[in-house]
Design a protein around this ligand. Structure first.
Ligand SMILES: Nc1ncnc2c1ncn2[C@@H]1O[C@H](COP(=O)(O)OP(=O)(O)O)[C@@H](O)[C@H]1O
Ligand SMILES: [Mg+2]
Length: 366
């Protein structure tokens, strides 16, 4: 997977600008608030159909009615062009000029892995951070997953309204629907954890020079075995058990919206025991694992988007990450480029490309 060109029209703080990328390491640098993260967010739209901070309305440049992001990329040896059109609250996505009817049709088109400073909190942060990690990792792999999540969240919202209004006669129907959609989410997340586990463990062994064994598991209030049917039954049973308490508290106590991802290092809970450094290692390893799994699934390495994270990592972890991303296309944002190993440097100032430097081949030698 390779991003060749990004064209932004009235997207966030960009008026009309083109960013060109090369193979290998691309660095977007500039002072804070200049639009570096905005550029990464624009690229990210093509993997998830949505940004990672705010909705379609925030995407449009203040004072404008519409915005367009165009991405020229190379996937499976084919040059492709994607576009996202923002028009007020509406959003339209096209790939090679063909409009997608559903966002989930993006699955398998463009692969990227994003790594942001917010995720440094993955191990010790709230469970929501880990659920978000899982969901955004699964969405680009399974077309059915995003609609499933949206459906589950809708049913959940409606059930909470019912509980608040004390309309209990409708509760069994909602519980059925919740268990139906929820068990699929649980099964999918379990499956993903099972697949990413060995990649993450391998990376953690490597980053710790063999000292740390990482084990991750999916933790759910629903403990059904025996596939989808078993999970669904366990879910319904749990809902029945909790019914009185849910009515009393107006809260949905069980389901994928309460689940968590557990990390253990050498058998101990990483959330309770891991040092700052170990936590950071886990995050780096999870990102590397996500990248490997995407490659296994799609046959191609995704593009890596590293948003200002190098400064968050100490030298050892930075070097580990650089080693792992060698040979892949990476787009890094930072305030001060150290320049080392970058093929392409772009300085951004107030939503404009202020300076471009493409490394000449002779500088690299052979
Ligand atoms: N819809 C918008 N219209 C205009 N400016 C925006 C919009 N959304 C964000 N911005 C501006 O973009 C800038 C932040 O860009 P960002 O990419 O986060 O900067 P950084 O270079 O620090 O990563 C801020 O100045 C913010 O005001
Ligand atoms: Mg930023």
């Amino acid at each position: 997977m390779r991003v060749d060109r990004l064209v932004l029209k009235n997207f966030r703080n960009y008026e009309d600008e083109t960013l060109d990328f090369t193979d290998g390491v691309n660095i977007i640098y500039g002072k804070n608030g200049m639009g570096k993260t905005n550029a990464l967010e624009a690229i990210y739209y093509f993997s998830q159909g949505r940004g990672f901070r705010g909705g379609s309305r925030e995407a449009v440049r203040n004072g404008c009615d519409s915005a367009v992001i165009r991405l020229f990329f190379n996937s499976g040896g084919r040059v492709q062009e994607g576009a996202v059109y923002f028009d007020g609250r509406q959003k339209k996505i096209t790939i090679n000029d063909i409009e997608l009817k559903k966002t989930s049709q993006l699955v398998g088109r463009f692969g990227c892995v994003l790594f942001t400073p917010d995720e440094m909190n993955l191990v010790k942060g709230a469970p929501e951070v880990r659920r978000r990690f899982l969901d955004s990792a699964i969405i680009p792999l399974k077309p059915a997953y995003l609609p499933l999540l949206l459906r589950y969240n809708l049913i959940l919202k409606q059930k909470i309204s019912l509980l608040r209004a004390e309309k209990y006669s409708m509760l069994p129907i909602f519980n059925q629907q919740l268990a139906e959609a929820g068990s699929r989410i649980i099964l999918t997340r379990r499956g993903y954890v099972e697949r990413i586990r060995s990649f993450a463990a391998e990376a953690q062994t490597d980053i710790s020079s063999g000292a740390e064994r990482l084990y991750m598991s999916y933790s759910s209030g629903v403990r059904g075995e025996g596939g989808l049917e078993g999970i669904r039954e366990a879910f319904l049973k749990k809902l029945a058990e909790l019914e009185e308490s849910e009515k009393e508290n107006k809260i949905c106590f069980v389901g994928p919206h309460r689940d968590d991802l557990i990390f253990r290092i050498n058998g101990k809970s990483a959330r309770s025991f891991a040092s700052q450094g170990q936590q950071r290692s886990v995050v780096v390893c999870m990102k590397c694992a996500q990248m490997e799994l995407l490659r296994e699934e799609t046959g191609e390495y995704p593009v890596l988007l590293l948003d200002d994270i190098m400064s968050e990592l100490d030298r050892g972890r930075r070097e580990f990450l650089i080693e792992r991303i060698k040979g892949k296309q990476v787009i890094i944002t930072c305030t001060e480029p150290d320049g080392s190993g970058a093929e392409n440097l772009i300085r951004i100032e107030n939503g404009r490309v202020a300076e471009k430097t493409v490394a000449s081949p002779e500088k690299h030698g052979e």
